[in-house]
Design a protein around this ligand. Structure first.
Ligand code: GRF
Length: 182
């Protein structure tokens, strides 16, 4: 599930194509129209649908496509609790900070990195976690950190952390697949 440029989606696509992730991407759900992530889906012949706030339709679409695992890859909406209930321990999310720091309501995208810089943090990073009914509160699957440089801006930090995201999201997917023994 995506809402933006879909570089994390691209990391998943590339790792599926390389055979590192042994799974198929059945469907991309976007909460927004006209985002670059949808273009990436199309270019890779992956079915996509734009859906937001229609929980019934979302459950239907997930069922129809026989979805085993939901990956929130830059998805900026809240997943409804009916979906979380139905897919318990089968929804994961990537967040660009070291949870429990800089997460929860209001912390998304560049805002996270701006606050890290403002607070003169020495380290930051990215986290992949299970999705539960809270915001960014589910069990952590992988976390990787980096040093924040003195000359880092929110933008340079975002770029460097995105590179970490592209590595740990495929790893986390494999961990979850292994656990679920599909
Ligand atoms: C990533 O930093 C993700 O952690 C955050 O939004 C950004 C999405 O990037 N929640 P992309 O759409 O995968 O390029």
């Amino acid at each position: 599930m995506v809402s933006g440029s879909g570089s994390n989606l691209q990391a998943i696509i590339d790792n599926v194509n390389l055979g590192y992730i042994k799974a198929n991407i059945e469907l991309v759900i976007s909460s927004k129209q006209d985002v670059y992530a949808l273009k990436r889906a199309k270019e890779n012949n992956i079915k996509s649908v734009v859906l937001k706030d229609d929980v019934k339709k979302m459950l239907e679409v997930l069922e129809e496509n026989d979805i085993d695992l939901i990956v929130l890859a830059g998805y900026l909406s809240i997943v409804d609790k009916k979906i979380i209930e139905r897919y318990e321990n089968r929804i994961i999310n990537i967040h660009p900070s070291l949870i429990p720091k800089y997460c929860g309501k209001g912390y998304y995208g560049i805002k996270v990195h701006k606050q890290v810089i403002r607070n003169k943090e020495k380290v930051s990073g990215a986290t992949v976690h299970y999705v539960d009914n809270g915001i960014d509160t589910g069990e952590i699957i992988i976390q990787e950190h980096l040093q924040v440089n003195e000359d880092d801006t929110a933008q340079t930090l975002q770029k460097r952390i995105l590179e970490i995201e592209h590595k740990i999201l495929p790893k986390a997917i494999n961990i979850v697949i292994e656990k679920l023994k599909f």
